[in-house]
Design a protein around this ligand. Sequence first.
Ligand code: AMP
Ligand code: GLY
Length: 425
Amino acid sequence: MNVLVIGSGGREHALAWALKASPAVEKLYCAPGNAGIAQVAECVPIAVSELEKLADFAQAQKIDLTVVGPEAPLCAGVVDVFRARNLTVFGPDKQAAMLEGSKDFAKEFMIKYGIPTAKGCACTDAASAREYIRQEFAAGARGIVVKADGLAAGKGVLVALSEEEAVAFSDQCFDGEFGSAGAKVVIEEMLTGEEASIFALCDGKTIVSLAPSQDHKRIFDNDMGPNTGGMGAYSPAPVVNDLVAQRIEEKILKPFLKGVQEENLHFRGVIFVGLMIENDEPKVLEFNVRFGDPETQPVMRRFEGDLADVLYKTATADLVNARIAWKKEPAVSVVIASAGYPGKYAKGKVIKGFEEAAATGAVVFHAGTAFKDGEIVSDGGRVLGVSALGNDIAEAIANAYRGVEKISFEGAYCRKDIGAKALKR
Ligand code: AMP
Ligand code: GLY
């Protein structure tokens, strides 16, 4: 098989790393990739937004399977472009990608198919949003969540603890802070509990969940500070015990598949369910129509089997015949970010210590790196994800941080408490 991965983050590095191990893979490409992905795949300089060029490349190189990493090209219709040319592609089409591309669309879908989620309302003007927020606080809400409807690169959600804060953010959305993504705002009940990420492969006929994982969204230790794309992750997630797993299956994944079928959605990819779990009851915070980052890193470290075969079978509606197994050992991935992230940060800092980190047994996934004058430099907010396995979660954490210690660049920052929540359980 010739395989093309679209994207350039830690998620794509982890996928490419696992695809590289597939016996069936002859040639592996990544567009556009990064300095780490270049170690396992041939990187081609095509941006994720250049849909026709990506399809041209796939045709010219006789690509048998294209795996789309990020949401932007999915929501822009990359799968539609590939399918129109009879190219096999892993991912939902543009319509199905609205499950991530529009929080209102997702909410309607959840309500229609009885999937447990926070109660909420969609508003299309600032005045009605303000009024809804006012009523909720007047009725005793301790907080409320305001979400720009469309894609906002992870910045479109605010968990507000006061009416003023909620109104200010909602007004900002309507004032164009997120462009057209904020023309509609979803306001919902603030859920409490512990979050987990569930990835499930879906080919329209079958749905199969992968190993659960847990992200660390806030920038600082103890979940303080602003939200980020994710500062570290581990798998499995102990909060997803057998009972919770069974409820996810029955109350979320089965109804999801039913919805996909009844709405005639072309969904041959991965559904990433962001969950809040309280008293063993899972509720959906959001759907994403792609793998999560950094969660994919520990999940891929634990994956056993032939990833290319599994993703190909998903893309060709033959998922029922896929074989998926997991290592028993937990895995942890610690993100190393640039100082200042998720705000402004510098790029182009020379990174040292890759060989020393690898010698500890850690696998370093690159999230935002580039080559400059023969050296690997930082090229994003999240720069690396240092991942390791262990016999138990404590050992996996220690192993990951042993790798982290070897890495250095100016302004390198990481959380020191990745995995601590799993340890407590
Ligand atoms: P989303 O993009 O919808 O996942 O929101 C990003 C983050 O905001 C989630 O990972 C949660 O930490 C938080 N969040 C979203 N919705 C809610 C909610 N209804 N209650 C509490 N926290 C939420
Ligand atoms: N780590 C969360 C996400 O990928 O959206």
